[in-house]
Write a protein that binds this ligand. Structure first.
Ligand code: ATP
Ligand code: MG
Length: 437
């Protein structure tokens, strides 16, 4: 990738143009990180770029961007130095004009994203003080922060995202502007907000990102239900750590560095219905949250649909929220119930959720360890093997279709899972013994 980008720069330079690596890849290279992609900025106009690289696509031609193929699956974006015109929609410039490297740096969002690198001369070109901020670990808006966040409000989320993934502090005036303008994030499409939110939550520094979202006021716009967890008291014998917000945040901090999206979303949302279901016993004052798992599953679905998460992320998250309380009862469950539970495709994430739920409250992992031991115990055979008999088998013996048939089939499976029925003949004999009349 890097080699391909440098070759493109070589070719543009030989043809008499200025061409430089630009933006995120320069930042990442200077930080010693592996850039995701390499972007080239050049004085060549899009039509000149296309002429030099036959087959290049002018996808964003009106923004001066040409995509050059750099390998079977790799592409390098070659963008003409430009300045953005006025912004009237709070997201995209109304027009762009081709300009100089200096002006191109100034249209970018943060100083550490505004650097160029000339790979032929091995020289960093810094018009915005980005190198110094990189050294200090500071995220600073280029120019007047409030103006830059006003023109493109997605930058509010990008500020939190870059501070999170780079582990940088946010420079004072930049942070003040993020806080002051946080409520304007609502004018950005939920898809774009969600993509930034996901990057923040999937990164191992997610607690820092969570704090920045809450403290800036962005969380109140994106996921106000999280703020309702603040001050929601819990019984101290089960939750010595504090209220539901403290518990949820603590769980985030206990997750492994790498998590799936459903897992981190289920941590955020598993107790989201506690404020709505909280009751206190009249005599003892004991706090309860009856049904918070079921209502929580419904709220999780509503919230994630609102944020337009795809169904294959929503569904496993809802399953995990809905069942998170059942882990408290696993030691009392019959074998068939345990096997059915362990066979859920979401079980790895459900176990990981339960683990941090315990570690983020009373610290007792006995139910978690019990489940791991059971999984081990059941490991040498399929958890839920093919059924011994099906509905057609029983109907051939004269069973009428209907709920009674469904019940007996379920009972046969339960006995099969518990090892009490092992052959088709046994299963049929047992069914016949249950036959009403
Ligand atoms: P990532 O690691 O996520 O790719 P990146 O810095 O490369 O980070 P991109 O979104 O790929 O970010 O954008 C590339 C560059 O384009 C940025 O470094 C920045 O200079 C500029 N840029 C991107 N989005 C914006 C924006 N909304 N406002 C101003 N400049 C932007
Ligand atoms: Mg990038």
């Amino acid at each position: 990738m890097r080699e391909a980008a440098i070759q493109i720069i070589q070719k543009l330079t030989t043809a008499g143009h200025v061409a430089l690596l630009a933006g995120g890849c320069v930042r990442d290279m200077l930080l010693g990180r592996d850039p995701k992609d390499y972007d080239v900025a050049t004085s060549a106009r899009p039509e000149q770029v296309v002429k030099l690289f036959p087959g290049a696509k002018t996808v964003g031609a009106h923004f001066g961007v040409v995509v050059v193929r750099a390998g079977e699956h790799d592409f390098v974006e070659v963008a003409t130095f430009r300045s953005d015109g006025s912004y009237s929609d709070g997201r995209r410039p109304d027009s762009v004009t081709y300009s100089t490297p200096e002006m191109d740096a100034e249209r970018r969002d943060f100083t550490v994203n505004g650097l160029f690198y000339d790979p032929l001369a091995n020289k960093v070109i810094d018009h915005v003080g980005g190198q110094n901020d990189l050294k200090m670990g500071l995220l600073r808006a280029i120019g007047v922060p409030a103006k830059r966040f006003e023109e493109d409000r997605l930058r509010l989320m990008r500020a939190v995202r870059f501070a999170t993934v780079l582990g940088f502090d946010i420079e004072h005036a930049t942070w003040e502007s993020v806080c002051g303008l946080a409520d304007k994030i609502s004018s950005v499409s939920i898809e774009r907000i969600r993509e930034e939110f996901i990057k923040i939550m999937l990164h191992e520094n997610r607690v820092r990102g969570f704090d920045l979202l809450v403290n800036s006021g962005l969380m109140a716009q994106i996921l106000p239900e999280i703020l309702a967890l603040q001050g929601c008291e819990q019984p101290p014998q089960f939750h010595p750590e504090g209220d539901v917000f403290v518990h949820t945040r603590l769980m985030l901090s206990l997750l492994p560095a790498q998590v799936s999206l459903p897992l981190v979303m289920s941590v955020l949302l598993h107790d989201i219905a506690k404020p709505a279901t909280q009751t206190r016993d009249a005599d003892t004052g004991r706090i309860r949250f009856n049904g918070h798992d079921k209502l929580g599953a419904e709220m999780t679905s509503t919230i994630m649909r609102r944020m337009k998460f795809p169904n294959d992320v929503i569904e496993p998250t809802v399953v995990a929220v809905e069942h998170h309380m059942t882990f408290m009862e696993v030691k009392k469950m019959r074998t068939a119930t345990l096997k059915r539970m362990l066979s859920r495709p979401t079980m790895d994430d459900e176990l990981a959720l339960h683990r941090v739920d315990c570690l983020g409250s009373n610290g007792k992992l006995d139910n978690y360890e019990f489940m791991l031991a059971k999984r081990e115990e059941f490991a040498n055979a399929p958890l839920v093997p093919p059924r011994l008999v099906n509905g057609a088998d029983l109907m051939q013996l004269g069973w009428p279709a209907g709920p009674e048939l469904g019940r007996v089939l379920n009972d046969i499976q339960t006995l099969q899972l518990e090892g009490q029925l092992t052959t088709k003949e046994q299963a049929i004999a047992w069914a016949q013994s249950q036959r009403p009349g």
